[in-house]
Design a protein around this ligand. Structure first.
Ligand code: NAP
Ligand code: GDP
Length: 342
């Protein structure tokens, strides 16, 4: 059979608890690659504004201006300069469905280079823990639902974003190999579609929610219809960047598996693109016509992910309600329209 529709029975769980990490008592110097992006800025907010950073911890947030992580020399120089003990690795070429469809080769090559450089540079300076970032859009296209952590490599991803997907899947291969050969606790989280302040609101390149927020804002200003791309029927789980940031801190401090973990709202919180567009229209008080442009691609129909593993660890974690998070994001976009990425 070309692909499996079941959770993988041969999956080798690397659930070994890293006692050395649990007992880590020395300096706690965290380097965040991609620290200037959507997720990086949310982690900055949670660490600095919500007081989640602990006394004695040092946090360094890198952008591509500090080091181009596609080159090994610049990556090694950054790691030698900061000598982190822990790394949250977010830096990546990122984009919505339509940017992926235009540039699968770039997504593959850029992300493969960045990930190989970052993990090797981390290993060379003795970083004890790296948390990297996969995505639920890297899972097999033909599968059964809900998808869980054991199914990453079970079959080809959706053809629209195969470059990004295979590059991200290889992070899991890196993590297993660094553990097997060197005992490193390098792990990964698997978030769903993320949104929030500081997102990329580019209509051509960004993900669906920032794209729809930008389009709705313009449609309202120009008294024109809102054009939603595709049929509106695909389904997505969305996670608010600040919720994801809080979960990242928990993973960094208290999740000790090499196996990745899905960070997602529940299956019941999945919404259609049509419902998402209506929620954006409501958040921005847009009362005009909504048109579906079915000449545009729908992409993968759904990627419904299970958050059972997360809830086993954190049964009481509360996600920000979707409509509240969307409203806050819209307000941020309107207030920061002139400087927002778009
Ligand atoms: P983002 O807003 O586009 O930010 C990307 C970050 O990576 C920026 O800080 C950028 O730096 C940095 N970067 C890109 N190329 C680089 C390079 N060559 N060298 C150094 N830094 C580079 O992306 P995001 O949405 O925060 O994504 C963060 C992580 O989450 C990524 O690994 C992504 O794959 C993953 N993820 C995202 C989503 C989502 O819906 N957004 C969903 C699942 C997983 P500059 O600011 O200097 O350009
Ligand atoms: P994905 O979740 O990885 O597939 O990527 P996106 O966040 O780009 O979501 C793509 C889905 O949203 C597809 O079903 C698109 O047809 C739909 N969509 C509707 N309007 C837009 C839009 O303005 N921008 C984007 N990126 N997608 C849109």
């Amino acid at each position: 059979m070309f692909y499996s529709r079941q959770p993988n029975p041969d999956w080798l769980p690397v659930s070994v608890l890293m006692e050395s990490l649990r007992d880590h008592t020395g300096p706690f110097r965290v380097l965040v690659t991609g620290g200037s992006g959507l997720v990086g800025r949310a982690i900055q907010h949670v660490v600095k504004e919500e007081g989640a950073g602990k006394e004695g911890e040092e946090w360094i947030f890198l952008s591509s201006k500090d080091a181009n992580l596609m080159t090994m020399e610049e990556t090694q120089a950054a790691f030698r300069k900061h000598r982190p003990t822990h790394v949250i690795h977010l830096a990546a070429m990122v984009g919505g469905l339509f940017k992926n469809m235009r540039a699968n080769l770039d997504f593959w090559r850029n992300n493969i280079h960045i990930n190989d450089n970052v993990l090797q540079a981390a290993h060379e300076v003795g970083v004890v823990k790296v948390v990297s970032c996969l995505s639920t859009c890297i899972f097999p296209d033909k599968t059964n639902y809900p998808i869980d952590e054991t199914m990453i490599h079970n079959g080809p991803p959706h053809q629209s974003n195969f470059g990004y997907s295979y590059a991200k899947r290889m992070l899991d291969v890196h993590n297993r190999a660094y553990f097997q050969q060197y005992g490193r606790c390098y792990t990964a989280v698997i978030p769903t579609n993320v949104f929030g302040p500081h997102d990329n609101f580019s209509i051509e390149d960004g993900h669906v929610l920032p794209g729809l927020i930008h389009k709705t804002y313009s449609a309202k200003k120009e008294c024109k219809p809102l054009i939603v791309w595709g049929s509106g029927s695909p389904r997505r789980q969305f996670i608010y960047s600040l919720d994801l940031a809080r979960l990242f801190l928990w993973v960094l401090r208290e999740y000790h598996e090499v196996d990745p973990i899905i960070l997602s709202v529940g299956e019941e919180d999945e919404v259609s693109i049509k419902e998402a567009a209506e929620a954006v229209a409501q958040a921005l008080d847009f009362k005009g016509e909504v048109v579906y442009d079915t000449s545009k691609a729908d992409g993968q129909f759904k990627k419904t992910a299970s958050n059972s593993k997360l809830l086993r660890y954190l049964p009481n974690f509360t996600f920000t309600p979707f409509n509240q998070a969307l409203k806050d994001t819209c307000e941020w976009f309107v207030a920061n329209y002139d400087t927002a990425r778009k």
